[in-house]
Design a protein around this ligand. Sequence first.
Ligand code: UDP
Ligand code: MG
Length: 316
Amino acid sequence: MEKELISVIVPCYNEQEVLPLFRDEIIRVTNEMKSKYPHLEFEFMFINDGSRDDTLKLLREYSLEDKRFRYVSFSRNFGKESAMFAGLENCKGDYAVILDADLQHPPKLIPQMYEYVKSGEYDCAGTRRISREGEPKLLSFFSSSFYKVINKISQTQIVDGAQDFRLMTRQMVDAILSMREYNRFTKGIFSWVGFRTKYIEVENTERAAGKTTWNFWKLLKYSFEGIFAFSTFPLSFSIIFAALAFIAAVILLIAAIVNSSEMLGIMCLVCFMGGIRLFCLEVLGQYIAKTYLEVKKRPVYIIGETEEIYRKRKEN
Ligand code: UDP
Ligand code: MG
């Protein structure tokens, strides 16, 4: 059987505590896969997203010990979206699987994902979180509201609870790479490119070690990123409010005719209209800001070092 390479892509930001655990687990799982499917080869592509701890040091050690361990180290922190993109762009696999370093995406699911895709029925197999246990109630409420809103106003449907953890074919990787936008909302990109995706339902898993970098405000900002990146519906708020304002004006006109104390009504209307105008301007501003960033065509990430650069530097 012809050899097949699976690239395991792991974004890492300050993951020194969990990396040794992750390494053991990924080696264990892929060794098992290799004994079942001897034609499989693996590469482990870590993205060091500007960590301030010893993540890079560990990655250097791993890559010297074992050739399958590769890394791309960013010149600074660019965020997980950029890290995933860099992983896909620098990997060589016939298949790529993306997963978090903290073992919240259990590597033991990779064999099952591979089997779904290998069967030819699917191009991608990912996980979907069906329980939100261990998550604050308010956060769960906002998350599920976000999916409802975005799926109503965008043509790109995003599956509730779908995670970034997924294995996909080279064709899907190339499709994702062809989307070179700067404001990356990968959950939307995954579904925008299409392809047949199998979702494996999973329970929520806690982090194995270390701390999450997410908080409520970051998540809120991230959901707005999603809406602005995949829907232009907010741009039409102004027309809806204009219609409302028109109706209000008609009502006011009638009120003015029926009784003579319309002064207060007019003042209310002035405030209301002013508010609406500012709101619509803000929406417009958001899109202009995004367009501005896209037009500049800045790189999504900048490489500071890779395992190859490091090896050469050490040899010379
Ligand atoms: N991560 C990253 N860059 C960042 C923040 C996070 O590459 O700026 C990585 C992190 O190392 C982890 C994954 O993205 O592998 C998910 O991050 P985290 O566990 O903090 O998020 P959560 O699981 O709480 O959503
Ligand atoms: Mg996590």
